[in-house]
Write a protein that binds this ligand. Structure first.
Ligand SMILES: [Cu+2]
Length: 275
């Protein structure tokens, strides 16, 4: 009995499975991928995760279907000792393996670079980010002392607040810095993560696109209460923000007076407190 053309048969099964599964993955799983669509940057992450998943689906199918195909079709008959043809030295398989994997990896590197270059993708861009979004921006300084973030609003008299509140649909320019050891500011639902290093002004842009409560965590081991460096922030309407920031200015007026003047970075906290 003549052997069927396994490569062609397997290729056809894989192609059909890929053509069915990849759109399903994009349509059904894409919308529920993390971190959700809480900001323009977070929505960008969802898009990126969808692209990665769509590219990974044919690869996963290749491995799983080949495994099943081999188990079913290449099963050793009872009592027989058959040897298949050696794949080693097959230049077609070697060439396509190297070409396909190289194209996949290099195209992902290009895609990632382009996406980062477009808007910073919610990551810290250092003191002078390569790309600065156009239009008005609300500057907010994120201060990371051990073990609670605080927030300073330089355009509102430099008031420093214990919680982060942001107006919706407003581009925010976060200036992340530390007053002691290294921390990392991570606002999960906003798709923002930026290192907080002492003496460094790490700038990250984010535009929240819906009213929400989001989580803020420290994402860099920073001492014994690192795990408790956790808080909730809020995205509110422009009107609510105006009311809130005014209340903060009034409530913290005595504290604002004794704070050091607003600056991109500060001396370490013990010096700051002792001033
Ligand atoms: Cu920390």
């Amino acid at each position: 009995m003549a052997e069927p053309n396994h490569a062609r048969r397997f290729g056809a099964i894989w192609l059909v499975a890929t053509l069915i599964a990849t759109p399903l993955v994009v349509v059904l799983l894409g919308p529920i991928l993390p971190p959700g669509k809480g900001s323009e940057q977070a929505s960008g992450h969802v898009t990126d995760n969808t692209v990665l998943l769509a590219m990974a689906t044919p690869v996963l199918l290749l491995v799983v279907i080949y495994l099943l195909y081999a188990v079913i079709v290449f099963r050793q008959p009872q009592g027989a000792a058959l040897e298949g043809p050696a794949v080693r030295g097959d230049s077609r398989i070697q060439t396509s393996w190297i070409v396909i994997t190289s194209v996949l990896v290099l195209s992902l590197a290009v895609y990632g670079t382009v996406r980062l270059e477009e808007d910073g993708a919610g990551s810290g861009g250092g003191p002078s980010p390569l790309v600065v979004p156009s239009g008005p921006k609300l500057p907010v300084q994120v201060l990371a002392p051990q073990w609670a973030f605080t927030y300073r609003y330089p355009t509102y008299g430099g008031v420093e607040t214990p919680h982060l509140v942001l107006p919706v649909n407003q581009m925010v320019e976060l200036h992340v810095t530390s007053l002691d050891v290294i921390h990392s500011f991570w606002a999960y639902q906003l798709g923002v993560k930026a290192d907080a290093n002492p003496n460094v002004d790490n700038v990250v842009f984010v535009k929240p696109t819906r009213l929400q409560t989001f989580e803020v965590r420290c994402a860099e081991l920073c001492g014994i209460w690192h795990g408790a460096m956790f808080d909730h922030g809020h995205v509110v309407s422009a009107g609510e923000f105006a009311t809130w920031i005014h209340q903060q200015q009034v409530a913290f007026a005595p504290a604002t007076k004794v704070l050091p003047p607003y600056s991109k970075t500060y001396l370490p906290e013990p010096v700051r407190r002792g001033g």
